[in-house]
Ligand binder design. Structure first.
Ligand SMILES: *[C@@H]1O[C@H](CO)[C@@H](O)[C@H](O)[C@H]1NC(C)=O
Ligand SMILES: *[C@@H]1O[C@H](CO)[C@@H](O)[C@H](O)[C@H]1NC(C)=O
Length: 544
């Protein structure tokens, strides 16, 4: 399904922003089209691994509907919650410029109560690329509610590759037969999640994608799973990497690609093989037992079904994976959402104003398994931090609740918020002293991933940074007993979640909020509270 399908699934209005009460602070350009959606979230039954189980549907679909939009479109999405629990969706990788009000997390929004609704209004401002959305509440993500969110370049912005003959979206992820409530119960009772039961591709184990021999197709691949890095390959074909979370890349060719939890990549695949059917494979990485999902690449002139062994990569290829990550580079001469080269911003020449070192850990607190960052295991407050901040409600969070460097001592539970100044340019080192894979996601931004290394990061590690053509993305992996460094330009005011994309870890505390702040309140820096904001906790009765 390509851009052509867009018109079928959405109602597209071209309205002057004057007409619309929503964008009361009309910083939005009048000519950006409005896309209206009404989504209803319900429970349903599906059998993705052959046995019926409860799943979360959006408008009856599992996975949820694909959102195909264009850079700067105004999305107005009214979400009705028909579950028996409060619910929110978050738009993974949509930067929500000046607008953390729409981020859809427990720190930014009141959850939508059962039988209630909330209308999200947001714009993928100056963004292109393949993204996803998913539930941010409880363990709902384990039951579905996720989907693809593809942001296409505006027609007058050329993409740095020939237009593919078709565009396929593949949501890959590990999967449990156990319900989200039972999985939550595991975690609430102090246990960790068991090993998953399988891997799904678009919510199934037997999908198929058809294309014509000799033509080239785009595959947009996102890891929407809970815990496991996945290796992706197509039997007999190579993958030409063209885009990673909004960055147009140097177009290297790979036999397989590692996609870590929360990440997205787009590749071009030329159907240049003899006409038959080929396996598309997603298999778990770095696990003793390897779980594999296959689907089929079908040549339209094929008369032969898939055959031969399913090609699965060896599992423990940590060094290989780190080496591969280093080959992901920005194409400096291509443009992205705007008609200027990506390399026109010389990130490597900017002096960093601050270094933050974040060390993850897996402490037991009060007899229960938790996860922590710099010794703090995050817990949601009764009031979204963004609302507490806006209404000046005391006692919800404090700005000295987490340190910017690791320190010794026992881990503890707190609602951790780290202060940062608007327009700072920061270096963040993710130091992973655990023997497991990590995946870190920052909302509100994309960041340059400048280095991956083994062991302890030191100041000398900076010598190995890529300060020329590192790509920007929203989720970075950290290998076991290793570090990853990112550079972030803090140009987006708001309350932004920095979390483990590994869902069990974020649920049990491996996250905090970065409050990017400027003491001078100015609507040019940040939008005001939406008039339809839901109020809860200590914000009940306040007036937006
Ligand atoms: C809930 O939906 C109604 C339309 O059915 C809409 O008028 C209202 O603004 C929505 N509520 C919120 C909080 O967005
Ligand atoms: C980078 O982008 C340019 C401009 O769109 C394109 O012509 C070129 O082939 C790309 N280079 C690589 C190495 O991918």
């Amino acid at each position: 399904m390509g851009l052509g399908a867009m018109g079928k699934t959405v109602l597209l209005h071209l309205l002057v922003s004057m007409f619309l009460g929503f964008w009361s602070l009309s910083l939005v350009k009048a000519d950006d089209p409005y896309l209206y959606y009404t989504w209803t979230v319900t429970y349903g039954t599906a059998s993705p691994l052959g046995v019926p189980q409860q799943v979360i549907l959006i408008n009856g679909q599992f996975p949820g509907p694909k959102l195909d939009v264009v850079t700067n479109n105004n999305i107005v999405l009214n979400l009705f919650n028909k579950l028996d629990q409060p619910f929110l969706l978050t738009w993974n990788g949509i930067k929500q410029r000046k607008n953390s009000w729409q981020d859809g997390l427990m720190g930014t929004n009141c959850p939508i109560p059962p039988n209630s609704n909330f209308t999200y209004k947001f714009q993928p401002k100056d963004q292109i690329g393949g993204y996803t959305y998913f539930p941010s509440t409880l363990m709902h993500k384990a039951a579905g509610g996720f989907g693809a969110l593809n942001v296409y370049a505006r027609p007058r912005i050329p993409v740095p590759y020939p237009l593919p003959a078709g565009d396929f979206t593949l949501l890959i992820g590990d999967w449990y037969k156990t319900s989200h409530k039972a999985l939550q119960q595991y975690l609430d009772s102090g246990r960790t999640l068991p090993f998953p039961d399988g891997v799904l591709i678009n919510g199934q184990t037997q999908s198929s994608f058809s294309g014509d021999q000799g033509k080239t197709y785009m595959f947009r691949i996102s890891n929407v799973g809970l815990s496991n890095s996945l290796n992706f390959k197509i039997q007999g074909h190579t993958l030409k990497l063209v885009e990673v979370e909004g960055s147009n890349t140097i177009q290297n060719t790979y036999d397989s690609l590692d996609v870590h939890v929360g990440q997205s990549v787009s590749v071009l695949v030329m159907l240049d093989q003899p006409p038959k059917d080929y396996y598309i494979v997603a298999s778990t990485r770095f696990t003793k037992q390897v779980l594999t999902a296959t689907s089929v690449l079908h040549y339209t002139n094929s008369k032969t079904s898939v055959s031969g062994p399913v090609p699965v990569d060896a599992t423990y290829r940590l060094h290989w994976s780190m080496q591969q990550a280093r080959t992901f580079r920005w194409n400096l001469t291509s443009n992205a959402a705007r008609p200027n080269p990506q390399g026109s911003y010389h990130y490597g020449k900017i002096t960093t104003t601050r270094t933050i070192v974040l060390s993850n850990s897996a402490p037991v607190i009060n007899g229960k398994q938790r996860y922590a960052v710099n010794r703090v295991s995050y817990i949601n407050a009764d009031t979204p931090l963004k609302l507490a901040d806006y209404f000046n409600i005391p006692g919800v969070f404090s700005l000295d609740s987490i340190q910017g460097v690791p320190s010794g001592g026992p881990a503890y539970i707190a609602t951790s918020v780290m202060p940062a100044s608007l327009h700072d340019f920061i270096e963040v080192v993710f130091q992973n002293n655990e023997n497991t894979m990590q995946s870190w996601h920052l909302d509100g931004y994309d960041f340059w991933v400048v280095g991956y290394g083994s062991g302890q990061w030191t100041q000398a590690s900076r010598k190995g940074y890529n300060l020329v053509d590192a790509l920007t993305r929203h989720t970075a992996q950290v290998y076991p007993n290793s570090w990853t460094t990112i550079l972030v330009s803090l140009d987006n005011q708001g309350m932004w979640n920095l979390r483990s994309a590994i869902w069990e870890r974020q649920y049990l505390g491996q996250q905090f909020y970065l409050r990017v702040y400027n003491p001078i309140q100015n609507l040019a820096n940040e939008y005001g509270i939406p008039t339809n904001a839901l109020l809860c906790g200590k914000a009940v009765g306040r007036h937006p």
